[in-house]
Ligand binder design. Structure first.
Ligand SMILES: Cc1cc2nc3c(=O)[nH]c(=O)nc-3n(C[C@H](O)[C@H](O)[C@H](O)COP(=O)(O)OP(=O)(O)OC[C@H]3O[C@@H](n4cnc5c(N)ncnc54)[C@H](O)[C@@H]3O)c2cc1C
Length: 435
């Protein structure tokens, strides 16, 4: 399940930017460094950027390739907020401190735009996100969020779109209402993460690919990390390993469950099809528990994501299963060919709240629970600040409870699958079930 690879998976994204996929060397021999970051996805790269901006000597080791995992194969949807939304954060931290977190997230969404412009990352950035409701009774979730965002978090950019106006935003009869967020958007995630890596290197960050951290130990003045062909001695250590932490630190891996999620890409649509399906070119995700999400690329391919699995096995007939999911939303695409199918792992926590933390000079950020394009940018700031000695944000995040999954190694998957089956049931309009 956690095999690393020297090749990028066969995604639409990998085909979109072959020339940018430069090979970086593996670590051969020993290295002494101030800060070592393990994992070169968004979390690790944002952390490295922030540290390099403060002249810290940083190196990164990546088991596969830069952006090989979730950061280079996700839906590319820029959505404000954490997967858990604000209520559990507010319940645990109080309104005032939750507001700091909301402001951090909002600024992180802008930070993505700043990074793209500052480093001239060509990654097909487009603006606008639509959060849709499939069920009439869940329109209330949209209305409540619009109200909460405006009154509690000072965010007044959410626009409610009623059913009659939906064709101006999305050409699907499946939805009954939506919230349009003009500060959301979408991008090509692999182009973006490769651009972030190139910019980090320009700031002096050293990135080693094909260099898996096999184990680590504490030393008198920091940490010693073993990799296949060398050891790294560092004063401070950052885990940015997402769903792949596995046996590197079982204390942390017990707090996240890797869940498989999948995407397909279509052949390019005609201009008429594209403008009927997404007239404003916004990204779409729905408010079902097991959600569907989709968007157009610059060349008008439709990228459609959904499903989730807990077993680590790819579902049988995945392409056809995903195609049927897409046709449930967009039946007008019945004659359109599917060109790519792929999957990846997200790292969910028990309450879907993020798990950021520190223990001495060891730092981590994980548990994005499927929603990481914006939150990883926030994580990079929280972790880098803590590494630099300003722990006030980190300490706040550490008050969010992220308990280990019940059931231990053997039973956490079946227990979680049973729990998820219950929530899936609630994705259907069943009389008697409350929402
Ligand atoms: C299919 C899919 C669709 C998604 N769609 C969206 C979306 O539209 N919007 C959104 O906000 N979020 C989405 N997400 C979630 C989002 O992609 C992630 O939350 C985010 O990319 C996590 O970034 P990361 O840097 O923490 O982890 P990753 O990108 O997974 O990077 C972790 C890296 O650590 C490396 N690593 C792990 N262990 C070791 C080790 N021992 N030694 C060395 N290296 C190691 C891995 O190889 C990997 O490259 C999606 C995820 C998936 C899988």
């Amino acid at each position: 399940m956690f095999e690393s690879d020297s090749q990028y998976p066969a995604t639409w994204y990998a085909d979109s930017c072959r020339e940018r996929q430069i090979h970086r060397p593996a670590l051969e021999g020993d290295l002494d460094i101030d800060v070592l970051v393990i994992g070169a996805g968004y979390t690790g790269l944002y952390t490295a950027h922030n540290l390099a901006d403060k002249q810290v000597n940083v190196a990164m080791i990546e088991a596969s390739r830069v952006g090989w995992a979730a950061s280079g194969r996700n839906g590319g949807q820029i959505i404000l907020g954490f997967s858990c939304d604000m209520p559990p954060i507010e319940a645990q931290l109080g309104t005032e401190r939750a507001r700091l977190i909301w402001d951090l997230l909002r600024d992180s969404a802008q930070e993505i735009r700043r990074k793209i412009s500052q480093h001239q990352i060509d990654c097909e950035l487009a603006e606008g996100h639509l959060w849709t409701s499939v069920l009439w009774q869940r329109i209330k979730i949209l209305a409540d969020w619009q109200e909460e965002a405006a009154h509690k978090w000072g965010y007044e950019h959410l626009e409610m779109i009623n059913r009659k106006d939906l064709p101006g935003y999305v050409g699907s009869d499946r939805y009954v209402a939506a919230l349009y967020d003009r500060e959301g958007g979408h991008l090509n995630p692999l182009k973006y993460v490769l651009g972030l890596a190139a910019a980090a290197e320009q700031k002096g960050v050293r990135i080693f690919e094909q260099t898996k951290a096999l184990s680590y130990q504490k030393t008198s003045d920091g940490y010693l990390v073993s990799t296949p062909k060398g050891q790294v001695r560092c004063k401070k250590l950052v885990f940015a390993t997402n769903a792949y932490i596995d046996k590197l630190d079982t204390r942390l891996s017990r707090r996240v469950m890797p869940v498989g999620t999948y995407m397909i890409a279509t052949e390019p649509l005609t201009e008429a099809q594209a403008s009927q399906i997404l007239p404003t070119n916004a990204a779409v995700s729905d408010n079902q528990f097991v959600l569907d999400y989709f968007r157009l690329t610059q060349n008008r391919s439709l990228l459609f994501g959904g499903k989730c699995t807990y077993s680590g096995k790819t579902p049988a007939n995945l392409t056809e299963g995903m195609r049927q999911d897409m046709l449930r939303v967009l039946p007008q695409l019945k004659d359109v060919k599917i060109t790519h199918t792929w999957g990846g792992h997200i790292d969910i926590t028990v309450h879907r709240t993020p798990d950021f933390g520190r223990d001495g000079n060891l730092f981590w950020a994980q548990g994005f629970s499927g929603h990481g394009v914006v939150p990883t940018c926030a994580a990079g700031r929280v972790v880098a600040n803590a590494v630099l000695g300003d722990t006030h944000l980190m300490d706040m995040f550490m008050e969010l409870k992220t308990p280990p999954f019940p059931g231990g190694e053997m039973f956490r998957v079946p227990l979680q699958a049973a729990g998820m089956a219950y929530y899936r049931l609630r994705d259907y309009a069943i009389p008697g079930l409350s929402y």
